[in-house]
Design a protein around this ligand. Structure first.
Ligand code: CA
Length: 226
């Protein structure tokens, strides 16, 4: 089932969207503001986001920027504004498409299907093996091998590593990693991350104090360089 996150502060429009989407067997979460949207996006991992740009708390464009810090989920912008620079800044920030309000439900649904289809088309088959010069990670067998020897990883280390290596080259924020691995209530505990990243480097990097693969982006998060 395709999961849609609807971010919209107009309750009537939300109701119409929820009814129409659920009738077509989408699984729908609705957030009335940007902060709730960001929380739901992390907790519920939607397949597509419908985002109103005019939200009561955070500007919709900033919601897009925050989402793009860690996810490529398709974002379809609902814009009441005629001004095209609004749409341009939404697209520049990483939105995939937009519809201008008032829109027909049929058009919106067609664009929604197209946005989801595009990600399905481009999404590569899940990579089974991640290989570097020094170690390899088998994501299906859940095995790490370094210099021909199995590396033992704890479930927490594995979870963390898996998120990083399946997003090569991409900065993954501390908050996202903490939420994913330890849960929302622990998202301020950046010391956990430092400890576990140090362990992973000891186990996988040739020179853990000068990591080549598990890179820290100070104050931001971590990145796997494949
Ligand atoms: Ca609005």
């Amino acid at each position: 089932m395709t999961r849609v996150l609807v971010v919209e502060d107009d309750p009537q429009l939300v109701r119409a969207l929820v009814i129409n989407l659920e009738a077509r067997r989408y699984d729908v979460d609705a957030a009335p503001d940007g902060a709730t949207a960001l929380r739901f996006a992390a907790a519920r991992q939607p397949d597509v986001v419908l985002l109103d740009l005019g939200l009561p708390d955070i500007d919709g464009v900033d919601v897009i920027k925050a989402l793009r810090g860690w996810t490529r989920v398709p974002i379809l912008v609902l814009s009441a504004r005629q001004a095209s620079d609004e749409k341009v800044s939404a697209l520049d920030a990483g939105a995939d498409d937009y519809v201008t309000k008032p829109f027909s439900m049929d058009e919106l649904l067609a664009r929604l299907r197209a946005a989801v289809r595009r990600t399905e088309d481009v999404a590569p088959a899940p990579e089974r093996l991640v290989e570097t010069e020094h170690f390899s990670i088998d994501l299906i067998a859940k095995k790490a091998v370094r210099d021909g020897r199995d590396v033992r990883l704890t479930p927490t280390e594995w979870h963390l590593l898996e998120i990083l290596v399946t997003n090569p080259g991409r900065l993954i924020t501390q908050t996202y990693l903490l939420q994913e691995v330890w849960g929302v209530s622990q998202r301020n505990k950046s010391n956990y991350l430092r400890v576990y990243m140090a362990q992973l480097r000891r186990k996988l990097e040739r020179d853990p104090s000068h990591p080549r693969y598990l890179i820290t982006e100070p104050g931001m998060g971590y990145r796997f360089e494949g």
